[in-house]
Design a protein around this ligand. Structure first.
Ligand code: UT7
Length: 347
């Protein structure tokens, strides 16, 4: 009997810092309002990390929970993949820090820079490593502390009201199955990753970016005192352009992925989109002709947590009974870069 190698998500974890910041709290800090933020983004509140916590600590909590859910110890993963745009240090990345804090001795730990698509890309990369036969167990993590790289003032309001701090993680395990991709896709008793779509368009890099500190041309140091005093390290975003590209790229990524496997949107049990703006997700949903009950959103509670949005949704959707064993799940992400991704799997 021939068998195929697949990877399966065997545990998911999350971490939400305790402190909340409501839209009304923000309106005390800048010229904004609960009505504006709700109407334009769908966000009601977000969570803010404690000063005692770094991004790797958030990732560590989520990783531990995912390992526990998978019935594994820190020594079990053969590889750690981590995604963030808000690392503890400029370098090294958070992967090695989480590896050390977990006590996963000598396990290779790699950071993947895909911004809001980071977790989607980690899933695709982990799946490829497992299918290639190189690794059997991979821990993937998305963690962010945005609250330290945004400005809670009227100047920064177009960005700062949108983002929150959180982490999510998943454990992927190798499995062997008599199925091939085609039969796995149509068997609701199967559980595993099917396929992925990834894309980038670097011509959009400056439309959502933190450009300083950096080694770009024309600068003789990472950051000057003048730049630091003027807070050149804060993100810049052309919201309208990013919005337009997000709707197009996320819906196209999903359509491409579904068409590749002759899957019709009505066959999807649940769609988990990146949580950047509820209006983006509604437009993507309409383009894909999916009913609202097949889309999972939690942006109202957490805001945009970049690389953590998708695992956070997976975690909550499962807990709430919206995502069940064997369900056909599709995800979609879009972010700074521009980068985008989609994953098709049976839960
Ligand atoms: O993960 C990917 C990352 N990011 C995204 O996907 C974000 C994509 N973009 C968006 O979500 C939306 O473009 C925003 C929510 C950022 C903005 O919504 P918008 O409908 O595009 O508003 P706008 O930028 O056109 O701003 C409308 C007005 C402006 O005032 P004027 O010029 O019309 O007088 C802004 O100055 O709203 C003002 N504004 C605010 N007012 C109150 C901008 N930010 C705020 C704010 N509170 N926080």
């Amino acid at each position: 009997m021939t068998v195929s190698i697949f990877s399966e998500i065997t545990g998911v974890g999350h971490y939400i810092p305790q402190k909340t910041l409501s839209n009304d709290d923000l309106s005390q800090l800048m010229d904004t309002s609960d009505a504006w933020i709700r109407e334009r983004s769908g966000i009601h509140e977000r969570h803010i990390a404690d000063l005692k916590e770094g991004t790797s600590d958030l990732g560590l909590h989520a990783a531990k929970e995912a390992l526990k859910a998978a019935g594994m110890t820190a020594e079990d993963p053969d590889l750690i993949l981590a995604a963030t745009l808000s690392p503890d240090y400029y370098f090294p990345g958070i992967g090695v820090m989480i590896q050390d804090k977990l006590g996963a001795r000598d396990t290779p730990a790699m950071d993947i820079r895909g911004q809001c698509s980071g977790f989607s890309w980690c899933l695709a990369t982990a799946d490829a490593f497992i299918r290639s036969g190189q690794y059997r167990t991979i821990l993937v993590i998305g963690a962010e502390i945005h609250s330290r790289i945004i400005e809670f003032s009227t100047r920064g309001r177009n960005v700062s009201v949108l983002f929150g701090d959180a982490a999510g993680a998943a454990v992927l395990r190798r499995k062997e199955s008599p199925h091939d991709i085609k039969t796995a896709l149509h068997d609701p008793t199967f559980s595993g990753l099917i396929d992925h779509e990834m894309g980038s368009d670097g011509s959009g890099a400056d439309l959502l970016a933190v450009t300083r500190p950096g080694c770009s041309s024309g600068h003789d140091s990472l950051i000057t005192t003048h730049e630091a005093e003027n807070k050149a390290f804060l993100p810049v975003m052309d919201g309208k352009q990013v919005f337009r590209h997000a709707v197009n790229r996320m819906s196209c990524a999903v359509t491409t992925l579904l068409n590749r496997h002759d899957v019709r949107p009505e066959q999807i049990d649940l769609f988990i989109p990146h949580q950047a703006n509820i209006r983006i997700n509604d437009m993507v949903r309409q383009k894909l002709a999916l009913p609202p009950e097949k889309v999972f959103n939690n942006i109202h509670k957490y805001g945009n947590t970049t690389s953590a949005t998708i695992p956070l949704c997976m975690y909550e959707a499962e807990k709430e009974g919206r995502l069940k064993k064997g369900n056909l799940l599709v995800t979609a992400a879009f972010g700074s870069g521009f980068t985008w991704g989609a994953n098709l799997l049976r839960w």
